[in-house]
Design a binder for this molecule. Structure first.
Ligand SMILES: Nc1ncnc2c1ncn2[C@@H]1O[C@H](COP(=O)(O)OP(=O)(O)O)[C@@H](O)[C@H]1O
Ligand SMILES: [Mg+2]
Length: 303
């Protein structure tokens, strides 16, 4: 993709919000997952040029986050976490105003404002004052303004926040639609795994200002696997082949040390039985949590 950062460091006074984050994101819908305080919003604000990193470099759509913020904001849409409405404005005036701020001519911005409000299902409320919008409508409005200027990429910061389960499903459907039909790349932040699962194919997990993990969503799901470390004596090839044929994942480390990821539907006795049949001696056998498992528990534990 289009977002690449190297060793970003950012502090608010004494609080280190980002502590050396490097990522290169692939194309598509990307999830930025992490508990509250992980640094997600800070990262997004840095990518938009609203905050300047203490250290590190980054490019968004090829543009430098330190020197080309204005160009970035023209091509990138942003749905902020907090509401930033202007009192006394109706939906369509607000949306077209933000379109103009992103560099669109007045008339075109107005035309697009009507289109995007229709798209997010606010056509009937477009002339109402924003103060009267429900939280579901506010989130839709924020989503609409993020795409009013036809961006190539949008950053959505906690788009489901404050929504009830039905509202959450609806906004995620809209986001999925934008991602699949409109040829817009998406970075969506959330502290809720199921939000990310619903929309994203790739996930980046932040924890305490650091990159905790990143990878394809499918791989992340493999954290259901239990992980064992074992040290073997004997000829191991056939033993490993048999485990692999039963869908175990195996990493061969140095010194005859194996990391074995056991699928959820298998059991430990099977490993010992196979070792016995293959005349392998298991000299060391430790169950350990994978890093991802730890992380997952932490992330999912917060709501
Ligand atoms: N304006 C601010 N002033 C001081 N500390 C802040 C400010 N904004 C965020 N922080 C701190 O920076 C860290 C990261 O925050 P943030 O980027 O908002 O995380 P997230 O969006 O993942 O919840 C947290 O410890 C938070 O308390
Ligand atoms: Mg945040």
């Amino acid at each position: 993709m289009n977002v690449e950062i190297k060793n970003l460091i950012f502090s608010y006074g004494k609080v280190k919000a980002l502590d050396g984050v490097s990522i290169a994101l692939p194309d598509g819908a990307i999830g930025l997952l992490g508990p509250n305080g992980a640094g997600k919003s800070t990262l997004i604000r840095i990518l938009l040029g609203f905050l300047r990193p203490d250290r590190g470099e980054g490019r968004v759509l090829g543009y430098n986050i330190r020197s080309e913020q204005n160009t970035i904001r023209r091509y990138v849409g942003y749905m902020p976490e907090d509401d930033c409405f202007i009192p006394g404005m109706d939906g369509v005036t607000y949306t077209s105003y933000l379109g103009q701020l992103s560099g669109m001519p007045r008339q075109e911005a107005m035309k697009r404002a009507h289109e995007v409000l229709y798209y997010v299902g606010l056509e009937e409320s477009r002339y109402r004052m924003l103060e009267t919008y429900s939280s579901g409508m506010r989130q839709r409005l924020k989503l609409a303004q993020s795409i009013v200027h036809d961006p190539k990429l949008i950053f959505l910061d906690e788009p489901t926040s404050g929504l009830d389960p039905q509202g959450r499903i609806e906004i995620l459907e809209l986001i999925k639609d934008i991602s699949s039909k409109k040829d817009i790349q998406i970075l969506i932040s959330s502290h809720i795994l199921s939000d990310i699962e619903a929309v994203c194919s790739f996930v980046v997990i932040l924890d305490k200002g650091r990159l905790a993990a990143q990878g394809e969503m499918d791989k992340l799901k493999e954290i259901d696997y239990s992980m064992f470390e074992m040290k073997l004596k004997g000829s191991t090839d056939s033993f490993i082949d048999r485990l692999r044929s039963l869908k175990y994942k195996i990493e061969e480390m140095e010194d005859r040390l194996l990391k074995v990821y056991m699928p959820p539907d298998r059991n430990v006795q099977e490993i010992f039985q196979l070792a016995f049949e293959e005349k392998i001696q298991i000299r060391h056998f430790v169950k350990s949590q994978t890093k991802l498992e730890d992380l997952f528990a932490k992330v999912v534990g917060v709501d």
